[in-house]
Design a protein around this ligand. Sequence first.
Ligand code: OXD
Ligand code: MN
Length: 620
Amino acid sequence: MTRGGRGQGAVVVLPRAGRSFARGDEDDEMTSALTENPHVLAFVAEMAKLCQPDRIHWCDGSEEERRRLTAQAVDAGVLIPLNQKKMPGCYLHRSNPNDVARVEHLTFICTPTREEAGSTNNWMAPDQAYSKLRGLFDGSMKGRTMYVVPYIMGPAGSPMAKIGIELTDSIYVALSMRVMTRMGQVALDMLGGGDDFNRGLHSMLDINPDRRFICHFPQDNAIWSCGSNYGGNVLLGKKCLALRIGSYLGKTEGWLAEHMLILGVESPEGQTTYVAAAFPSACGKTNFAMMIPPARFNGWRVTTVGDDIAWLRVGEDGRLWAINPESGYFGVAPGTSALSNPNALATVRKDTIFTNVAMTPDGEVWWEGMTEVPPPELIDWQGRPWTPQSGEKAAHPNSRFCAPMANNPVLSKMADDPAGVPISAIIFGGRRATTVPLVLQSFHWTHGVFLGATMGSETTAAATGKVGVVRRDPMAMLPFCGYDMGEYLAHWLRMRGSISHPPKIFLVNWFRKSGDGRFLWPGFGENMRVLKWIVDRAHVRVGGRETPVGWVPRQGDLDLSFLNVTSDDFDAAAHVDTAEWQVELEALKEWFDHIGPTLPPALELQRRLMLAIIQAGVGG
Ligand code: OXD
Ligand code: MN
């Protein structure tokens, strides 16, 4: 391999005779790379030798490159231009109908031993995974371009940021990574000559579920993904690096990679309090992160730092500081409306790549829940004519928007700050029809970790045939923890030792129902009322009532003015029913047994303590 000076025709000649690769013009035989970093060049050369692409394109992340790749994607039918007058820079991608979501059953943590991956992950031995996938990658990019996508997770120059290089044969991935990450030359500049970067390899192959594998090698800081072109499986910076590999790095380096939004709550006096919140996938994280407070909260503002992922480190001041490693939103489209999230609608009006939404005759987008009355005719997510009488969904239920965070009207001015923001409160949220009150504050860190470790959502009849079965999703990390779950919870407990000013921890549940099946709480912007109590508790300036399972607000503690909720409904939403909690705490034994022998004893003791207190009839 040879190379010249950067910007002066740097050349990378790969072992295949006569092949050399470049920035810009892919047909040029002798062209330049964007870096002299020998580790990066060796990685690209080795993977190109395996995958045998016809061309290699080094992404520089420029606007000019975006325009050129977009035009190529349109020519190739990968992107469909939307109405450029009404939605400038917006495009629609239709995925293969067999490839519309993350595939947890095909996602593997490839640690040397099964125990390191733990009882909640699929495991494959690294040698076996590499050899199986090497067979699939062999020659997989013949006739295709390999895009070299250097990217930063986190603001450029942040001590909390990490660098990745994703090699992919998907132009959709290259363009989406430019939205979701700080991509291109900026990442290579930050890396310099270093070797500390995530090595990601992705090939769509023939988009066949039989050849679909998402493999993580935490010890190698590597990800190999094949057979899919769906965001969560292939935008390797997101779930794969920022959460699965990130959580492993966090354990070994003493920080936390979490499935959490980050928002700022600005008071009328100008004080901003930062909050991180974990909710399971598709439970309204993006809506919460962009919330518009109700009219009653004149002068209050919520600003978004991130909508999906938080990296948290202890600062020199002993507080927990968070960055959002992403620079865009890969949000679920259905249900996003002027009522649920006007800021998201504004965000996706330009420079957005939509996947599997429906298209109006005028070249705009539509999805279920966007408007109360659907348009009379549409092209559905599979490109077929659709009318409300079709009897099928126009947009796929997991259709997505991929939009730059810079478009968000309520983007926090701290979203790009390399230092991150100090977190005063952590919220865990599940979807529970019973038992879990509207909001609960933990007594202390260990109790808070317990609440996070046991959060869950009830399955619905439609999904499983069994109502009321709780799927536990600790810290909303069940599909995203890159190592053993018990060790992960132990890491959370250990972190307390280095946080001298820990955030307060809360559990919320917007989904509690009355005996006759009504939601007791309106949700959406009204969640601001709960958020304000949380912020006030974090600053120790509002009251609450102690119950055996945590602190809850009393009627007067939460601002309920101009709210269409009866005081009976509020009481029912906030109620701690000790009989229900007894059942809950007893049922948790099974979940803890499932986590296995690495479950921290402190969490089992916490369970027994709460149970003993309830059985003794104390409080309630
Ligand atoms: C998810 C997502 O599945 O953010 O959690 O896409
Ligand atoms: Mn998510």
